[in-house]
Design a protein around this ligand. Sequence first.
Ligand SMILES: NC(=O)c1ccc[n+]([C@@H]2O[C@H](COP(=O)([O-])OP(=O)(O)OC[C@H]3O[C@@H](n4cnc5c(N)ncnc54)[C@H](O)[C@@H]3O)[C@@H](O)[C@H]2O)c1
Length: 308
Amino acid sequence: MSRIVITEFMDERAVARLRARHDVRHDPQLVDDGPRLLKEAAACDALIVRNRTQVRGELLASLSRCKVVGRLGVGLDNIDVPGCEAKGITVIPATGANAQSVAEYVIATAMLLLRGAYAATASVAAGAWPRAALSSGREVGGKTLGLVGFGSIGQLTARLARGVGMEVAAFDAMMDHDHPAFAAAGARCAGLDEVISMSDVVSLHVPLVDSTRGLIDAARIVAMKRGAVLVNTARGGIVDEAALAAALKGGHLGGAAIDVFGVEPLPATPHFQGCPNLILTPHIAGVSTESNERVSDVIASKVLEHLG
Ligand SMILES: NC(=O)c1ccc[n+]([C@@H]2O[C@H](COP(=O)([O-])OP(=O)(O)OC[C@H]3O[C@@H](n4cnc5c(N)ncnc54)[C@H](O)[C@@H]3O)[C@@H](O)[C@H]2O)c1
């Protein structure tokens, strides 16, 4: 029997599957209690985390008998993967398990932002009837969705976008232009500059690594089509948040949906105050009832398999 420590929330049914075979400590408060986290980590054979637990430095050093780190999600920027590998620890992400939730978030926010009419509840209820002001919203049908990053989430987003009549152009630094995934998802392979400058909606689906940090900087935001919208469900640090806010306030961009931030939780941020047509969400694009179950189930299975 191995010792499994889970430092953030995990679906209880998946935890029960782990408990049936191993000694499990599931404590979602552990991530916020440094000394206790280090103590628990030192005694574990498997560690399961979401995105808040930083598996690096002191925590990594304390993993003296750990064989596997399960990540309840996809991005590995909170884990020192080479450091884990050097200690013989396998890192397992839940690739693809939350793709549907993120892809739906992209299509939903693209529709909300292009149409620009759904925040009228208070004024309609108050009897204002702002029909003229809300009559020039745009449809997604026939518009171009530009994807930066064409892995699990990018490809599924392309399929959903095709389903609502969008054209899709996609850039992926690691994929050749004739990669079959483009045709399979109904997307056209394009260069980064073209995706940025030609798209009505630009959506980001790359990991946060050195080559993507600051990728959507002020110059690339200015290079976007006038009135275009930006959706970032990938990672904070990829988009220059202040430049984005300035482009919204100045009217160059038509809207933005931002789920991930350079600092999380996002503190009160003056540059976002008063931005028109801006949707901010607290890193929940990939988090839904269904995806929580799938992600937890996938990681439970893979960790069980790894522990043997
Ligand atoms: N907001 C959320 O709740 C949420 C949920 C899931 C994933 N994410 C983020 O979304 C990212 C993408 O997830 P995924 O499941 O599609 O991952 P994935 O690994 O399947 O795909 C990432 C793609 O990005 C490509 N890529 C890497 N560097 C690039 C670059 N410099 N330029 C262009 N493409 C590049 C890779 O080749 C790969 O195809 C994750 O890394 C994670 O940070 C966020």
